[in-house]
Design a protein. Sequence first.
Length: 380
Amino acid sequence: MTQAHVLIADDDTTTLEMLEAALQGRYRVTVAQGGREAIQQAHAQAFDLIVLDVDMPGMDGYATCTALKSSPRTADVPVLFLSALVNIEERLRGYRVGGTDYLTKPFDVDELCTKIDLAVAQRACNRRLNHQVAQALHRVQATASKCDEVGTVLDLQRQLATCFNYVDIARAFFAALDKLGFEGCLRLSGRQGVTTRSGQGECSALGHSILDHMETIDGPKVQAVGDNTSFNYGHVLMLVRNLPVHPHESQYSQDERDRLARVRNNIALMAESIIARMRALDVDVEKSGFEHTQRLIAATREALVDISAQQHANRMHLDQVFQRMRNEVEQSFIHLGLSESQEEQLSSTLQRHIGEAMAAFDDANQIESHLHKVIGKLHA
């Protein structure tokens, strides 16, 4: 076991020699003549405990202890006072300035060693506890950071439900990315067209060119682009600046590397959430288009019914008109003085033209019937 390193400060040479001889075999001992030398020694090398005589000229033990406790380098080093003064006021004064224990002269060496051992052990225990507390706080902070990051992803997913176009989706994404402490550019392509944005609004020409290049690259969805990271999910392209895929150990601590890995994973989750929302919007577009088509089909069928009824009425009217015309022509034969063959020829010619006119009407009815069949198939 490593010996504890003890600093002894006293203005009396005889006392120093006696203490050094008494403790030398059990501890590593360094001596200082007076308070100022003790402070110099304490800053020059590490000690596990400091023994101070209270009654020293120039700078007494209390002033020396106060100076030692005010320095971060020596603040946690236990101080044990030696004094010929035995009243309670002196002991309380020693504790007020930060002393660990108090021993009156003349003292027993075994008692001094016991107090030294207890103080050194207590310091070691305190250091272990402080280290454990620091580790616990670090874990709490790391957990809180992880919760914040997961919360950012969840917030984005909730906000996406209220986004009905690609620009709104981009704005929600960059708000989440800013919470993670990063920025970049984004391209969304789908049934609503193509939207390319950055956190500031329109994407720069350089950003456009990088995203154009990313579209031509095959490989993993997440790739390094210098010190940046690209996310290529087909309809969703992202470039996040200053997010290295392989952070170097010499530049980033383990905690920082772990956080960067979490950020990459969380951005990948955000990309998948955006894809899901875009698909939902595309379904809405398809549904809207289908409903519009159905309305057009219904309107067309109604129009065809109206046209059919009008066609039928027109045919009946035209048939009546032709019948009256034929009767009037045959009546006029009496007054025209035509021969029988001339009457037959004229009547035949008239009947032929009437038949051709009615045939054209029937052709229109066939076209109408064909349109009815087409509309019926579309409706099915």
